[in-house]
Design a protein around this ligand. Structure first.
Ligand SMILES: [Zn+2]
Ligand SMILES: [Zn+2]
Length: 234
């Protein structure tokens, strides 16, 4: 059976009066933390329990060893105010929950996307299908491989003036020189020079072309595709 303990706890308190002055150079959106009055400090309880303690039942850490710790609401006694809604940002909140920072980022992203579209050379969709195997719909981050797929998605997402781009096809590429260097690692000094890299490269290229499952398409932002409707509008 476990030994039962009734601890003898001596509770002492100290009232500490410290007077000091703190100077803070605050930026426009900064205010002194109201929780710690700018000290950057708060009282931590530092709770603990005593093994076998029978004086407290059901309370795991009934005792305290209070001391000072860093304020949990601020950094260095200063809090930041959200420039949009004015609410104070806690230490844990990297940005305000009103979405201000997110919206700013979103606006910047939208601007970049718009600029990218404006800069792209525009071709009609019939030409795009001649030039590209796959097209990219920027608005919804989707790749399409034929006209029907494209039309379906435009309809499904009700895209009015979709920003569609050509794509670049990426396949497996293995460099013959790398392979030879690797293979000649343990051979005599001039072994590399004795190998025909050109003929190996031809074999590797041929092999790479056949690995169609690995083919990857990435957007080619230099060419934008105009759909019939937006062509009429343009
Ligand atoms: Zn504070
Ligand atoms: Zn806010």
């Amino acid at each position: 059976m476990k030994e039962t303990v009734i601890p003898k706890i001596r509770q002492e308190t100290r009232r500490v009066k410290i007077v000091f002055e703190l100077k803070k150079d605050l930026q426009e959106d900064e205010v002194i933390c109201e929780h710690c009055h700018g000290t950057g400090l708060e009282i931590a309880d530092n709770v603990y329990g005593i093994s076998g303690d029978t004086a407290h039942v059901g309370v795991r850490f009934p005792y305290k060893n209070q001391s000072l710790t860093f304020c949990k609401y601020c950094f260095n006694g200063v809090m930041r105010k959200c420039p949009s809604c004015g609410s104070l940002r806690g230490k844990q909140d990297r940005e305000c929950s009103c979405g201000y920072a997110y919206n700013i980022r979103q606006e910047a992203r939208d601007y970049d996307r718009k600029e990218r579209w404006e800069k792209a050379e525009k071709i009609p969709s019939w030409k795009a299908w001649e030039d590209f195997k796959c097209l990219y719909i920027d608005d919804i981050d989707e790749y399409v491989f034929n006209e029907d797929e494209l039309d379906d998605l435009i309809e499904e997402y009700e895209l009015e003036n979709p920003r569609i781009y050509g794509t670049v096809e990426l396949g497996i590429q293995i460099d013959a020189a790398d392979v030879i260097e690797n293979a000649c690692g343990g051979l005599h000094e001039d072994a590399i020079e004795q190998c025909n890299a050109k003929s190996l490269q031809a074999v590797l290229d041929e092999w790479g072309k056949k690995q169609s499952g690995a083919t990857t398409y990435v957007p080619y932002y230099k060419v934008g595709v105009l759909m019939a409707a937006s062509e009429a509008k343009a």
